[in-house]
Design a protein around this ligand. Structure first.
Ligand code: TYD
Length: 254
């Protein structure tokens, strides 16, 4: 099953496995020292709140934690973020082509892997990342209808196929996800200051496609992706996330 075992320039061991027959060509990467955890979900899914709470809890348990979000988190990434998320970008830059959008998301990701994620993992930290390649597969692959295969090929090429050890996917029912995304869009339209509404003006069909793509990713990679599907309270979901993460760390929740 295991076909390649190499050590990269950060001293991280990358174990590549052959995909099951009929599965897309994905190479899970196992980290020797740190642990790479990503949070995924639709806009308004509450993942950012959960990430912050998990980070505080892990730190209180004595772990070194590094958090970041995509797009953003590096100087280059923050520039890319403002281009991609600001709803006024296209007034000056012209319509951003879906493939250009995808490529910019990956440019941001490549920079944060190089600058933040790999060094943090090499130092033994737990890295908590708000969105990663699953977001590109869901938003650009399905939302913008570029297709999953193109996104996964880009991931292999640009991210050296770095896979999270665990992905926490916050995915309540479709109806409640659409409602939350809509509420979140209205809130951010009312907010003053930085305008980050370019994605948030999309319609229900766009979010429906994203939702189904997330479901497909969870079904395809059950070992990596743990989906939390119900509409439980923030505290209940937080407790569940602690248990899932503690199980991965081989500890128990205190
Ligand atoms: P953000 O304000 O961080 O939203 P959220 O709190 O919902 O994560 O905005 C990120 C937006 O960028 C979000 O609408 C999803 C989108 N996105 C993509 O379309 N593709 C990607 O690869 C990533 C990382 C984000």
């Amino acid at each position: 099953m295991v076909v390649i075992d190499a050590t990269d320039s950060y001293g991280l061991s990358r174990t590549k496995t052959t995909p099951a027959f009929g599965q897309p060509l994905l190479y899970p990467v196992s980290m020797q020292r740190g642990i790479f955890i990503t949070f995924e979900g639709l806009d308004g899914s509450g993942k950012t709140t959960q990430l912050r709470r998990l980070s505080s809890w892990l730190e209180s348990e004595g772990h070194k934690v590094v958090t970041l979000r995509q797009p953003g988190g590096t100087a280059l990434g923050d520039r890319i973020r403002s281009i991609l998320l600001d709803s006024r970008s296209e007034d000056t830059l012209g319509t951003i082509a879906p493939l250009a959008e995808m490529a910019l998301m990956f440019a941001d990701r490549a920079q944060s892997i190089h600058e933040i994620i790999l060094p943090a993992l090499a130092s033994g930290a737990i890295v908590l990342c708000d969105r990663y390649t699953d977001s590109s597969e869901a938003y650009q692959g399905a939302g913008r209808e570029l297709g999953s295969e193109r996104i996964l090929a880009m991931h292999r090429a640009v991210c050296d196929n770095l896979q999270p050890d665990l992905t926490l996917l916050l995915l309540p029912s479709l109806e409640s996800s659409l409602l939350r995304a809509r509420r979140r869009n209205q809130r951010s339209a009312q907010q003053k200051g930085t305008d980050e509404g370019r994605f948030e003006r999309e319609d229900d069909d766009f979010y429906r496609r994203i939702y189904h793509a997330y479901e497909a990713i969870a079904a395809r990679e059950p070992q990596r992706v743990t989906a939390i599907r119900d509409d439980a309270s923030i505290d209940d979901i937080q407790a569940r996330i602690r248990e899932i993460v503690a199980a991965r760390l081989g500890t128990t929740v205190s």
